[in-house]
Design a protein around this ligand. Structure first.
Ligand code: SF4
Length: 411
């Protein structure tokens, strides 16, 4: 199915999967209606994060967001729930999710320990292990595992005093745990055991970037790079163990360092698929971070990023609403497609076809080729002019004038 979707040969896919440059996240317990492949030589994929929070806990709302994100073309979904009834929420999400589903298991472990022992600081590896086993059995397709942050990073974190601190939720939990317990990261120490489980269930590991910069002032700093080197070593372990793996990346990156960050990830992590969380090239667009991330994401894609995480206009402000999710997904799809038109002739031709229909003001043929047919149709309906022009230029429609000069291309 994936080879057909991507218009590549099975041999191509097999070779790239074996070399670790492409992953197909799917738990052996699940049959996906819409499987997807992520990595080199493929279209750029996008992921949408949904999930309850400790402050807002509507399972129904999250299911609506899930359905909307899939309908608008997200390739994968991550359930980042930390609200009540986390298991029940995930069960419902898995049931409705036709695309690969990812989680960050340390969240559930922290919540469960917090409820049982009073504080996540009392978490033991067994608590994490039980959650991993449970989620594997339920059918989660990919796990974000923050194994790259090490005890020795704590000193650097304290010494460096970053502008944006630690913005990864998993990273912050593990940092606090290591700080209080003065022990090594349990996800690092038990990485081999986690890989055994991943192999058994065909779960893809998404190596989390616990120390991704949370402000452009921290872009490409020592903490981020130290962690990346650890992730590079862990990728090799994943491959040796026969486990599919990808690498997560920042976050907030200066515009002029985005390309460098992609190249660095590819080099240090042996060309593993790069899952970039945005990136946001400026911090000043609060309320519009879906646009900021589309700018960052398209540049990252141009340099070889494989997988973009949707950022919504609610980023840094609140749990996204349904509308926030819709806007975020569309922005990420635009970013991904802007790169895909350069990577693939067939994508280029889609744009070309749309442009030809648009020049002829053939709206009905334009709409199905756009990123959001419904929105385009709605706006057109409010254009109060005749059929072959719009309210923008009216009778001075330059396309109509071009047509009268017989200079337009035909399909
Ligand atoms: S009226 Fe102007 S904006 Fe509208 S279709 Fe014609 S050229 Fe394009």
């Amino acid at each position: 199915m994936v080879a057909k979707q991507e218009d590549v040969s099975l041999g191509f896919l097999e070779k790239k999967i074996k070399s670790g440059r492409i992953v197909i996240p799917v738990n052996k317990k699940r049959t996906l209606e819409k499987p997807t492949a992520i990595g080199e030589g493929l279209k750029i994929k996008i992921n949408t994060n949904i999930g309850t929070s400790t402050e807002k806990n509507g399972i129904k709302d999250e299911i609506e967001k899930l359905k909307a994100a899939i309908a608008l073309g997200t390739d994968t979904v991550m359930d980042l729930s930390v609200g009540e009834n986390i298991k029940k929420t995930r069960e419902k999400i898995i049931k409705e999710c036709s695309v690969p589903l990812g989680t960050v298991p340390i969240y559930e472990a922290a919540i469960e320990v917090e409820e049982r022992k009073g504080s996540f600081e009392k978490m033991a590896f067994d608590d994490i292990w039980n959650v991993l086993k449970k989620q594997a059995e339920e059918g989660v397709d990919f796990f974000t595992i923050h194994s790259g942050i090490l005890k020795k990073s704590i000193q650097t974190i304290k010494h460096k005093r970053r502008v944006g601190g630690i913005v990864s939720r998993g990273g912050a939990i593990l940092t606090r745990w290591m700080y209080v317990n003065k022990k090594e990261n349990p996800l690092y120490e038990n990485f081999d055991k986690i890989l055994e489980l991943a192999k058994k269930y065909h779960i893809t590991i998404s190596l989390g970037d616990a120390l991704r910069p949370g402000a452009i002032a921290d872009s490409t700093d020592e903490l981020q790079l130290n962690e990346l080197y650890v992730l590079g070593k862990l990728i090799k372990k994943c491959r040796k163990a026969g486990v599919q793996a990808m690498v997560e990346g920042p976050g907030h990156i200066r515009l002029d360092e985005i390309g460098f960050n992609v190249m660095l990830e590819k080099k240090i992590c042996s060309n593993a698929p790069f899952y970039i969380l945005g990136p946001l090239p400026t911090d000043f667009a609060t309320g519009y971070d879906h646009i900021t991330s589309a700018i960052g994401g398209s540049i990252a894609g141009l340099w070889g990023a494989d997988f973009l995480c949707v950022v919504t206009p609610a980023e840094h402000l609140r749990l996204p609403t349904l509308k926030d999710i819709e806007e975020g997904v569309i922005a990420s799809r635009i970013a991904a497609h802007s790169v895909d038109v350069l990577r693939f002739k067939r994508e280029w031709n889609k744009d070309r076809k749309l442009s030809i229909y648009r020049a002829k003001r053939n709206w009905h043929k334009v709409f199905p080729l756009t990123v959001n047919k419904i929105k385009a149709e709605k706006k057109r309906k409010t254009s109060q002019t005749s059929l072959d022009m719009c309210s923008m230029c009216g009778k001075f429609c330059s396309l109509k004038i071009s047509e009268s000069c017989n200079i337009l291309k035909n399909i």
